[in-house]
Design a binder for this molecule. Structure first.
Ligand code: FMN
Ligand code: SF4
Length: 539
């Protein structure tokens, strides 16, 4: 299978179809095959391309150009000139007026490819997850062998140079975290894989663990060697029974093959690995609550500092990484930091696994380069919106952000999202159409935080309850304009004063609701109507 070098997207809205887009697609398909380009040029339909008077449109990446209106008879010229010879066909470019509002987006997309690129999911669905031999046949445990020929510092440098950032939600630089644990004083250190994955709508780690359990073990071994740990834990969500069984079986196999245990490969590395199933508390995904839980205590987040990198499990330096973060390690060690940096964006290299759900035609799991836009995900992979236009998306389960329509073309990478004032989160994309009410969505989110709050600190314990009461009043038609000030204060206090990320992120849906959808909330209060027709209004 060749690597995809170009993508061709053919518009497929009703007007495009009326004007021949199906025939255009078929012509591309036939010509790509004729030129022997079918594997390296990915052909797909695109929906929701925005208003245009120049349909049918054809978008081509990575040049990020749009041709249109296109006739079937013009397809051979485009294939030969653009896709075969690499020359843009200027005379067929869609006129600027037809692309109003999309020029800046196109410029930002130049040089990037929104193609699926399975790096961490490479083996999933292809190998027998219960066979260590299958994993080894796919170069499994080769990265470990390679890492053991280097010094721990060299391994950490490669991870730092790759620019890998944590995929558990916060995007902390992985190499930097490893170096903190490496430098921390003490002979006993731990590595923990955070597989708690309790964010609503997120199931990427489950798929990774069920489909390729040895990858997590190999990555943890490399991490252990790099930071100087001899013991590790995989803290897995209790409901993930299949993943748990496969991990336990994989650990047994790895022990039998000598990959786990004492003096691995005669290198002097000792590493013992345990699996611990959580008991259903969302807060136990927060790293310090997870540590408390592993120690057999109530799962409450600790105050920080000290950070786990210095004082973690049983007071010892501890490295905690998410399943997806760790799954990036073996390919980086094998192919190098430079190879990794070729994917994604300069500030957020690599790929990201997303779970797509909500009001779209196609739901599921994808792995795409960092920097892809929400519009591209909806257009290419979700096959367009269902039962209405795009209104907003919620990223990263309840810990993410609400992304309004105006940010649909913002590159989805840690830096661009931060600049835009939103968060990438852990990888769920709940996509909502106009029939979803912002007050209702905020209510669902805040209720989740209220239920899952561990109750240790006041802003979170009381603030989430108070916010839910106010939102419920608003959606019942009993809201007052002063409520908006109170929600703003609550949001501020949750973000600024909560002890851990749960309370802090509980403040974000309130803030974003008021930032992006204030008029809709005000309509509930002032006019007594729910513009989406969702809430029960009594006046
Ligand atoms: C309430 C809450 C729940 C969390 N749940 C998870 C989780 O299920 N999995 C995860 O990897 N990180 C979770 N995190 C983030 C972890 O605290 C930690 O940042 C992460 O495991 C670090 O790994 P990374 O650097 O590889 O991203 C959660 C954080 C908070 C505040
Ligand atoms: S913010 Fe919420 S979940 Fe976090 S420690 Fe405080 S009460 Fe517990």
């Amino acid at each position: 299978m060749k690597t995809v070098r170009s993508m061709v997207l053919v518009s497929s809205d009703p007007e495009s179809q009326k004007r021949g887009s199906t025939e255009i697609y078929a012509a591309f398909e036939q010509l790509l095959s004729q030129y022997g380009l079918s594997e390296e040029v990915q052909l797909t339909y695109a929906t929701d391309i925005g208003n245009s008077t120049a349909v049918p449109l054809v978008m081509i990446y990575p040049e990020a150009v749009i041709y249109g209106p296109l006739l079937v008879s013009e397809v051979p010229h485009i294939v030969e000139e653009h896709l075969y010879k690499g020359r843009i066909v200027d005379e067929k470019l869609a006129p600027r007026y037809a692309l109003s509002g999309r020029i800046a987006w196109l410029q930002a997309r130049k040089g990037t490819l929104p193609a699926e690129n399975r790096v961490v999911l490479k083996n999933v669905g292809l190998i027998d997850p219960e066979s260590i031999d299958d994993y080894i046949a796919q170069d499994g445990y080769q990265a470990l062998g390679l890492a053991l020929t280097q010094t721990p510092e060299e391994v950490i440098k490669t991870i730092s140079d790759s620019g890998l950032q944590g995929r558990g939600g916060a995007g902390f630089p992985t190499g930097l975290k490893w170096s903190f644990v490496r430098k921390a004083a003490g002979a006993k250190k731990y590595v923990i894989c955070n597989a708690d994955e309790s964010e609503p709508g997120t199931f990427k780690d489950r798929v990774l663990l069920e489909g390729d359990p040895h990858r997590t073990i190999e990555s943890m071994l490399i991490a252990a060697y790099a930071v100087g740990a001899d013991e590790g834990y995989i803290y897995i969500r209790g409901e993930y029974q299949l993943a748990l069984q496969r991990l336990e079986a994989a650990i047994k196999q790895a022990e039998e093959y000598g990959f786990l245990g004492k003096n691995i490969f005669g290198s002097g590395l000792n590493f013992h690995l345990h699996v611990h199933a959580g008991a259903g508390a969302y807060v136990c995904g927060e790293e310090t609550a997870l540590i408390e839980s592993l120690e057999g205590k109530r799962g409450e987040p600790r105050s920080r500092p000290p950070y786990p990198t210095n004082e973690g499990l049983w007071g010892k330096p501890t490295l905690i990484n998410n399943v997806e973060t760790l799954a990036n390690i073996p390919p980086i060690i094998i192919h190098g930091a430079e190879w990794y940096r070729k994917m994604g964006t300069p500030s957020s290299p690599g790929t990201k696994v997303y779970t797509i759900l909500g009001n779209v035609n196609d739901k599921g799991l994808i792995e795409v380069p960092m920097g892809i836009t929400l519009r591209e995900i909806i257009t290419i992979y979700a096959k367009g919106m269902k039962d209405g236009n795009f209104k907003m998306a919620q990223t990263g389960g309840s810990g993410g952000s609400i992304i309004p329509s105006s940010l649909q073309d913002t590159p989805m990478d840690f830096e661009s999202f931060k600049k835009a004032g939103v968060a990438l989160g852990s990888g769920a994309l709940l996509i909502c159409n106009e029939n979803v009410c912002i007050v209702d969505l905020a209510k669902v989110l805040i209720n989740f935080f209220r239920v899952e709050s561990c109750g240790k600190c006041t802003p979170c314990r009381i603030g989430t309850k108070r916010a839910l009461d106010i939102l419920t009043n608003i959606s019942n038609g009993q809201g007052k304009m002063e409520d908006l000030d109170e929600l703003e204060n609550l949001s501020h206090d949750l973000i600024a004063l909560s002890n851990c990320g749960l309370g802090q992120t509980a403040g974000t849906p309130l803030k974003e609701m008021l930032n992006y959808f204030r008029a809709e909330v005000e309509a509930h209060i002032k006019l007594g109507i729910c513009p989406s027709g969702t809430c029960q209004m009594y006046n």
